[in-house]
Design a protein around this ligand. Structure first.
Ligand code: PLP
Length: 462
C-alpha cells in the first residue's frame, strides 16, 4: 500500500472532517498535504499547488517563514506557557495588545485575547449582553447579523452566521439573534437600481427590522467588511455609511468581524478602513499570526471597558476567559507577524498587487460559466451560473463549483467552492505578479474543463 493510501485509509478511520460530506468522504478520502513553501503546498505524492485560499483565508505570509518559526521556538524556550487569569501577565501579551491598539482603525481601549474567530465573536456577544446589564438596560440584548454572514461555529457565533448548513439540525440560531439582508448586489439589486439606491434600500430594511423588534431591544449589529464564506460579497461603497447612520440613530453597538479582512486583505490594514465602516469593536484572528499558531482578539472601546470594570465591582470578577487567552507562543508569533507586515510593507504590497489580481479576475467574467466576478484587494469570487442573461443558477445538486474546484486541483491550484456555486480566491498576501498570472491561468483552464464536462453531460448546450 502506498504511503498516501495508507494515510488516507488511516484518516478515513479516525478523523471527523469539518465542512465535509462525511457520507461521500468514506469513498473519496482526503487530499493529504505534506509541506508548504511560499504560496505553494505539496501533497503526499509531491504534487505542488498554488494555495490560492491562503489555507482558510489566513496564511497572509504564506508557508515556511523562518522568522515566524524562530519567534515560536525562542518563546517556547523562554516561557512556553503563561496565562492572563487572576491578574497574571507576560510581556508578549502586553506588547501585542499595545500594538493592536496602535494600529486599530478606531479608538480602542483594551484587547481581550482568545484562540479563534468563533471564540472572538462568541465573546463579543457575551460582552454586549454584559455591558447592557451593567448599563441598566437588560432588555436591549438582540443582535443583528446578516443572511450569508460567517462568524464561526460555536453556539453564539454559529447563530450569528447566516448560512443554513450552520443552523440546520443544530437547533440554531439561539433566541435574540436576527438576520437582515446582505449586500449581494449581483443577486439582490432590482432592475435599474444604482449601487447607492441598493445600499439605501438595505439600510431601510435594517431600520424596519429594528423598529419592528423595538429599538430598546436591539443591542448590536455585526458585519464582515467583505463577506467571505457566504460568497465573497463586496458591499457597495456607500453601504456601511448608510448602515452606520441607522445603527447610530438607535444606539446600536457596531462590531466589525475582521477575521478575514484584517491585516491587509483588502489592501488596507483593516477591511473597515477600505469600506468606510466605523465600528465600536473589532474581532481579529487568522492573518494576525499568519495562521502559524491559533490566536484571535476582541478589541473593545472605552464604553465596553467601563462596563466590564463596573460589573467586576459588582460581581467581584470578570467571569470570562480561555486557558489559551494570550498564549505567549501565539502572542510572540503574532508580534513577529505584525513586525514583518510593517517592515516589508505587506499591506502596501497587497494594495499594489490588487489591480492585477482584480483585472485577471474580471477577465474571467467573460467565461460562459461566470455570471459575476467580484472582488476587492486580494479576495475574489466567481459566481457560476447556468444562464448569464437571466442569472439563472445551476441546480445545487449538480455541484458545479465543486467540480470546478476539483479540476483546479488537477491543474495545481487550490481554490474553494462556497454555497451558491461561488468559487473563492484569497491567496497569501506575498503572492508575486507571476504567481497571480499562474493562478488565473490555472483557474481559467479549470473553468474550461468544467464547461466541457457539463456540456458533455448534456446540462448545457455545446
Ligand atoms: C469572518 C469570519 N469570522 C469568524 C470566523 C470563525 O473563525 P474560526 O474558524 O477561527 O473559529 C471565520 C472563519 O472562517 C470568518 O471567516
Amino acid at each position: 500500500m502506498s504511503r498516501l493510501s495508507n494515510l488516507a485509509v488511516r484518516d478515513i478511520e479516525t478523523v471527523v472532517h469539518p465542512y465535509t460530506n462525511l457520507a461521500a468522504f468514506r469513498d473519496t478520502g482526503p487530499m493529504v498535504i505534506e509541506r508548504g513553501e511560499g504560496v505553494f503546498v505539496y501533497d503526499s505524492d509531491g504534487k505542488g499547488y498554488i494555495e490560492a485560499m491562503a489555507g482558510l483565508w489566513c496564511t497572509g505570509l504564506g508557508y515556511g517563514n523562518e522568522e515566524l518559526v524562530e519567534a515560536a521556538a525562542s518563546q517556547m524556550r523562554k516561557l512556553s506557557f503563561a496565562h492572563l487569569f487572576t491578574a497574571k501577565s507576560h510581556d508578549a501579551a502586553i506588547e501585542l495588545a499595545e500594538r493592536l491598539k496602535e494600529i486599530a482603525p478606531v479608538p480602542i481601549s483594551k484587547v481581550f485575547f482568545c484562540s479563534s474567530g468563533s471564540e472572538a465573536n462568541d465573546t463579543q456577544v457575551k460582552l454586549v449582553w454584559y455591558m447592557n446589564n451593567a448599563l441598566g438596560r437588560p432588555n436591549k440584548k438582540k443582535i443583528i447579523s446578516r443572511l450569508k454572514a460567517y462568524h464561526g461555529v460555536t453556539v453564539a457565533s454559529a447563530s450569528l452566521t447566516g448560512l443554513p448548513n450552520n443552523h440546520l439540525d443544530f437547533d440554531l440560531p439561539i433566541a435574540g439573534i436576527l438576520h437582515t439582508a446582505c449586500p449581494h448586489l449581483y443577486r439582490s439589486r432590482v432592475e435599474g437600481e444604482s449601487a447607492d439606491a441598493f445600499a439605501a434600500r438595505l439600510a431601510g430594511e435594517l431600520e424596519e427590522l429594528i423598529l419592528r423588534e423595538g429599538p430598546e431591544t436591539v443591542a448590536a449589529f455585526i458585519a464582515e467588511p467583505v463577506m467571505g464564506a457566504g460568497g465573497v460579497i463586496v458591499p457597495p461603497p456607500t453601504y456601511f455609511a448608510r448602515i452606520g447612520a441607522v445603527c447610530d440613530k438607535y444606539d446600536i453597538y457596531m462590531i466589525a468581524d475582521e477575521v478575514i479582512c484584517g491585516f491587509g486583505r483588502l489592501g488596507t490594514m483593516f477591511g473597515s478602513e477600505a469600506l468606510g465602516f466605523r465600528p465600536h469593536a473589532l474581532s481579529v484572528a487568522k492573518a494576525m499570526s499568519s495562521a502559524y499558531v491559533p490566536i484571535a482578539a476582541v478589541m473593545i472601546p472605552d464604553q465596553m471597558q467601563e462596563a466590564l470594570v463596573s460589573q467586576s465591582r459588582k460581581i467581584g470578577t470578570f467571569g470570562h476567559g480561555f486557558t489559551y487567552s494570550g498564549h505567549p507562543v501565539a502572542a510572540a508569533v503574532a508580534l513577529k507577524t505584525l513586525d514583518i507586515y510593517q517592515r516589508d510593507r505587506i499591506v502596501d504590497r497587497a494594495a499594489a498587487r490588487a489591480p492585477q489580481f482584480l483585472e485577471r479576475l474580471g477577465r474571467l467574467a467573460e467565461h460562459p460559466l461566470v455570471g459575476d466576478a467580484r472582488g476587492l484587494g486580494l479576495i475574489g469570487g466567481l459566481e457560476l451560473v447556468a444562464d448569464k442573461a437571466s442569472r439563472r443558477p445551476f441546480d445545487p445538486a449538480l455541484a458545479v463549483a465543486a467540480h470546478c474546484v476539483r479540476y483546479a486541483e488537477d491543474e495545481g491550484l487550490i481554490v474553494r467552492h462556497l454555497s451558491g456555486d461561488v468559487v473563492s480566491i484569497c491567496p497569501p498576501l506575498i503572492i508575486s505578479p507571476e504567481e497571480i498570472d499562474a493562478l488565473f491561468d490555472r483557474l481559467g483552464r479549470a473553468l474550461d474543463r468544467t464547461l466541457d464536462g457539463i456540456r458533455r453531460a448534456g446540462i448545457l448546450a455545446g
